[in-house]
Design a protein around this ligand. Structure first.
Ligand SMILES: *[C@@H]1O[C@H](CO)[C@@H](O)[C@H](O)[C@H]1NC(C)=O
Ligand SMILES: *[C@@H]1O[C@H](CO)[C@@H](O)[C@H](O)[C@H]1NC(C)=O
Ligand SMILES: *[C@@H]1O[C@H](CO)[C@@H](O)[C@H](O)[C@H]1NC(C)=O
Ligand SMILES: *[C@@H]1O[C@H](CO)[C@@H](O)[C@H](O)[C@H]1NC(C)=O
Ligand SMILES: *[C@@H]1O[C@H](CO)[C@@H](O)[C@H](O)[C@H]1NC(C)=O
Ligand SMILES: *[C@@H]1O[C@H](CO)[C@@H](O)[C@H](O)[C@H]1NC(C)=O
Ligand SMILES: *[C@@H]1O[C@H](CO)[C@@H](O)[C@H](O)[C@H]1NC(C)=O
Ligand SMILES: *[C@@H]1O[C@H](CO)[C@@H](O)[C@H](O)[C@H]1NC(C)=O
Ligand SMILES: *[C@@H]1O[C@H](CO)[C@@H](O)[C@H](O)[C@H]1NC(C)=O
Length: 314
């Protein structure tokens, strides 16, 4: 469905020899917004004295946290997935070959980072069933601006060289990227722009700006005329977990002189913004009637869980 070469991120695999079970993650670190695919495979090498009864894969945010089941396969090859519409699951349980269970995500988000466990139940003709287990921790990184531009260039030239003119494929990939990382708001009375709320939490202003640019947009430049409609749409959505919703506008270069980062034009919002060094970016405060407040650009989450809002001209 997607151009297969789009994973331009360093591909690393991981395995341990102490256990007979291999748990492999590709890539090992998810580059949020850049990795187009994330694959987790639990592989059980063939063993002629034991056979595989089941393979289970679990996930949690960290080793000490509650695990949730992602998928399992039993001796008949029947697969149960707890991730319908989110990830695809495949696998084999075989007697004379390796057995495995694979979970694959398209455009993984931060939610896919964390701690994975594969539990395998084995049994032999005269032996009691026993268990093998293997774990693996998957990290995440958020892109910086230079990195993103380079990766985008690489992706585009790769796709062009391999597939020629792929306008349709790009459109499809772009739509998938948009729907996995963003929520489209229903802003009434906005015919010229789409507003997309990120699902990523606690991104810096720079990371947010980059993600908006990846969509062909920019951090929302809210004017008093649109403010009501946008905050209404955010209220209707329910804000998810966010205390703050980062929007465009900064006085980072000159305290008290508020500009849009995109074109250095003056802020349109009519709000009172006292000079506050280190609080150089703007956000709606969802816990205070969506008032516009000043927050840190490099660490928005020092004031609470944050999301960001992109605007795309249509
Ligand atoms: C098969 O599994 C048994 C039980 O763990 C183990 O003793 C044996 O070494 C394994 N054989 C191979 C070829 O890995
Ligand atoms: C794990 O789940 C149990 C029961 O749902 C809950 O009581 C406990 O607080 C959870 N522990 C963690 C670390 O989330
Ligand atoms: C899973 O096992 C089957 C059969 O041994 C093999 O054909 C397939 O390539 C394996 N898949 C992965 C992802 O290792
Ligand atoms: C995996 O198997 C081990 C050993 O049987 C067990 O202690 C552990 O609780 C299992 N993990 C999960 C997440 O079920
Ligand atoms: C993860 O696996 C490693 C290697 O098998 C083991 O040393 C470690 O204790 C495991 N971690 C947990 C939390 O079970
Ligand atoms: C690619 O296709 C689009 C839409 O069909 C067209 O507008 C564009 O000119 C094509 N580009 C090349 C390099 O052929
Ligand atoms: C936007 O409206 C559509 C149709 O009424 C609804 O399905 C969707 O959930 C709404 N989206 C948000 C983010 O509120
Ligand atoms: C800006 O807000 C102040 C205080 O709420 C108000 O007095 C003033 O008229 C507003 N200016 C514009 C241009 O809307
Ligand atoms: C986001 O930041 C808030 C406030 O600092 C913190 O409580 C929360 O755990 C963070 N969430 C994530 C996913 O980083």
């Amino acid at each position: 469905m997607f151009p297969s070469g789009l994973v331009v991120i360093l591909v690393l695999t991981f395995s341990l020899t102490e256990s007979k079970v291999d748990l492999l993650a590709t890539p090992e670190t998810i580059a949020v917004g850049l990795s187009s695919k994330f694959t987790l495979t639990c592989n059980v090498p063939v063993n002629h004295t034991m056979h595989v009864s089941s393979i289970h894969i679990y996930h949690s945010a960290g080793p000490e946290q509650n695990m949730s089941q992602l998928a399992r396969i039993d001796v008949t090859g029947r697969i149960v997935t707890y991730l319908p519409n989110v990830a695809s699951v495949s696998g084999h349980v075989l007697v004379n070959e390796d057995s495995n269970l694979t979970v694959e995500w398209v455009f993984p988000t931060s939610a896919q980072a964390g701690y994975y466990v594969c539990n395998v139940t084995l049994s032999g003709a005269h032996a009691l069933p026993y268990h093998e287990t293997q774990n693996h921790t998957v990290g995440k990184t958020k892109p910086d601006f230079v990195n993103v531009i380079q990766e985008l260039r690489k992706m585009r030239s790769y796709v062009e060289s391999k597939f020629g003119n792929q306008t349709e494929k790009w459109t499809q990939t772009y739509e998938t990227f948009k729907s996995t990382h963003f929520i489209k708001l229903n802003v009434t009375g906005s015919s010229n722009s789409d507003y997309l709320l990120s699902k990523e939490l606690n991104s810096t202003a720079m990371q947010s700006d980059v993600m908006c640019h990846l969509l062909g947009g920019y951090l929302a430049e809210v004017s008093p005329r649109e403010e009501q409609d946008i905050t209404q749409a955010l209220r209707t959505y329910g804000n998810g977990p966010a205390d703050l919703i980062l929007i465009g506008g900064s006085d980072v270069d000159d305290t008290g002189n508020w500009l849009y980062m995109r074109n250095e034009l003056p802020l349109k919002l009519n709000v009172s913004l006292p000079a506050a060094p280190g609080q150089d970016c703007l956000a709606f405060n969802t816990k205070a009637s969506f008032r516009v407040v000043q927050i840190s650009c490099s660490n928005p989450s020092s004031s609470g869980t944050s999301m960001f809002l992109c605007q795309i001209d249509t």
